[in-house]
Structures are given as structure tokens and as C-alpha cells.
Design a protein around this ligand. Structure first.
Ligand SMILES: [Mg+2]
Length: 229
């Protein structure tokens, strides 16, 4: 590979989104006495994950706004337990957005792999997350030291897999598509998106999900990147 620039996705690729979200939500659930209205934290959490994924799909397709995503995901989670309490949903939503990004669980070997790669390549982030939220996450988990450019969908004006965000990322990094590679956990959004823009891709697939297409490379653990590069 004649690679000079490596673009990483952030959530679910480096920053362990699910672990961080679960820890944050369990603190809020305890503090706001969640067990008074929802049978158990795991019931609440599993429903939230489903609702959130569905609403993120709508946000990516510009069907709902950022503000709506942030409150609706808790409203809908509560409603599935027959709890109709917009004020409480708002409180959960606000606390979650305020605290979540300060969590710092990363996938195993993240720092080791990034410091190795940084000594050989220029590293950048391309994320569909929100500007201020992603900045806090990078800071809290000590990731800024590795990356030259952090490209958010808010800055680019479109979300992955839109080709425009990849073109924007190449432009601000001074990178050519042929010398770049994208690493991410979302097969369509990160990998197929990058390859449609002429950037090869590594599918980070820790759960070994089966896809009906192939991209250039696939790893189940970040440390496999040490062999690939
Ligand atoms: Mg991701």
C-alpha cells in the first residue's frame, strides 16, 4: 500500500461508544430514580439503544434535527414503557449529552496502535458526531495527540457516506484519495462511502457481522492494524 494518510472514524471504532453510553446512562438512571418507573436498567438501556439507532438513521437522512434527536430518543424510550413524561425525558437527554462525552473508554490497544501509526502516517478523524461533543471526547480520552485534522459532519455540511465529506476531508488534509485509507465500524457509512470516493477502506468489525459486499480490508481488533500497516 502506498498510504500516507489514514482516516479514522471515532465512535464505535476508537471511542467505545456503547461502554461509555452504558456507564453514563446507568449513573443517570440511578440518580433520577429510574427504577421508580422502568423495571430495570438493562430493560431501559436495551430499548434506548434500539430507539437511538433508528433515530440516528433519520438524522443522517436529514429527516430530524440534532435537537429533536437528543430529546426524542428518551421520549420514545420512555413511551415504550408507557411512561409519558417529556420533562424527565428532557432531563435524561440533557444530562446524557452533558456527561457522556467525558467518558474515556477506548477499544483495546487503541493508544498503542495509534502511536505506532502516528510515527509512520498522517492520521485524521472523519466523524458524523457533533462538533462540540466530539471535541470533548477526543480531549477526555487523550486522542488529540495523534490527529492532524478532525473532520466532523457539522463542519463538512454533510454526513458520511456522502462523497462531499470525503472530498472535504481530503482537501483539508492535503491528501490524495489514492494515498488514503478509511477505517471504520459502519460498513456502508465508513467503508462503502470511502470506496465510492476512491479511498480504500478497512472495515473494523469486532462483532464479525456478515456483509453482502467486500471492501479492501477487514479487522476484528485494532491491534491487527499493526500487521496491516
Ligand atoms: Mg462509527
Amino acid at each position: 500500500m502506498k498510504i500516507k494518510h489514514i482516516f479514522f472514524d471515532l465512535d464505535h471504532t476508537l471511542w467505545d461508544f456503547n461502554k461509555n453510553a452504558e456507564e453514563t446512562l446507568s449513573e443517570i438512571y440511578e440518580e433520577l430514580n429510574g427504577s421508580d418507573f422502568i423495571p430495570s436498567f438493562s430493560a431501559f438501556y436495551n430499548t434506548y439503544i434500539e430507539v437511538n439507532e433508528r433515530l440516528w438513521g433519520l438524522y443522517r437522512n436529514k429527516k430530524i434535527s440534532k435537537a429533536s434527536l437528543r430529546t426524542t430518543r428518551f421520549n420514545e424510550t420512555f413511551e415504550s414503557f408507557n411512561l409519558f413524561n417529556p420533562n424527565l425525558a428532557q432531563k435524561f437527554g440533557d444530562e446524557y449529552v452533558r456527561r457522556g462525552p467525558y467518558k474515556s473508554h477506548l477499544f483495546p490497544d487503541c493508544h498503542k496502535v495509534l502511536s505506532y501509526l502516528k510515527s509512520r502516517y498522517q492520521l485524521h478523524i472523519i466523524t458524523n458526531g457533533f462538533e462540540e461533543v466530539q471535541a470533548v471526547k477526543m480531549q477526555s480520552s487523550n486522542l488529540n495527540q495523534y490527529f492532524d485534522q478532525t473532520i466532523t459532519s457539522e463542519k463538512a455540511g454533510v454526513t458520511k457516506p456522502h462523497p462531499q465529506i470525503f472530498e472535504y476531508a481530503l482537501a483539508v488534509s492535503g491528501a490524495k484519495a489514492s494515498e488514503s485509507i478509511m477505517i471504520g465500524d459502519n460498513f456502508e457509512v465508513d467503508c462503502v462511502g470511502a470506496e465510492n470516493s476512491g479511498i480504500s477502506a478497512v472495515y473494523f468489525n469486532p462483532d464479525k457481522l456478515v456483509q453482502n459486499k467486500k471492501v479492501s480490508y477487514e479487522v476484528a481488533h485494532l491491534k491487527e492494524l499493526l500487521e496491516l500497516f
